[in-house]
Ligand binder design. Structure first.
Ligand SMILES: Nc1ncnc2c1ncn2[C@@H]1O[C@H](COP(=O)(O)OP(=O)(O)OP(=O)(O)O)[C@@H](O)[C@H]1O
Ligand SMILES: [Mg+2]
Length: 112
């Protein structure tokens, strides 16, 4: 199993959610977060301006998927979240050791 964490522009959540539903992803976690990347939250750099970092509002989604589905899920998130402008976000991928569905006791991929 793979755990995918994607940070994206808030306005892209709906299209990402639609794309993942289309793929048959059964669950996801969404958080409102703040962050910055290479531009440090600035769209312009002023000459002589004081060095300052601004946190920008972003959406973080987390989704656990079977390994066989991970590539398609990453592609779908990337396509749905892309505008081509700075700040589109990033996708981080983790190996997921286990999952447990608390109500039923199912473990592993069947718990997803
Ligand atoms: N190295 C990182 N580690 C953790 N989170 C990051 C990292 N880089 C970016 N993020 C998160 O992703 C959000 C979007 O990053 P962003 O897309 O601006 O990255 P970037 O490297 O500056 O790329 P771009 O040049 O396309 O803007 C950030 O606000 C932050 O929440
Ligand atoms: Mg950036």
């Amino acid at each position: 199993m793979i755990y995918i964490v994607a940070i994206m522009q808030p306005g892209k959540l709906e299209s990402v959610q639609d794309a993942l539903t289309e793929l048959g992803v059964t669950g996801m976690t969404v958080s409102e977060v703040q962050g910055y990347g290479r531009q440090k939250g600035k769209s312009e750099i002023y000459r002589g301006a004081e060095y300052q970092v601004n946190f920008m509002p972003k959406i973080k989604i987390e989704v656990a998927v079977p390994t066989a589905q991970a590539g398609a899920v990453k592609d779908a998130i990337s396509t749905a979240a892309k505008s081509g402008k700075i700040g589109d976000g990033k996708i981080f991928t983790f190996a997921l050791k286990d999952a447990l569905r608390i109500r039923t006791g199912e473990a592993g991929e069947t718990a997803l």
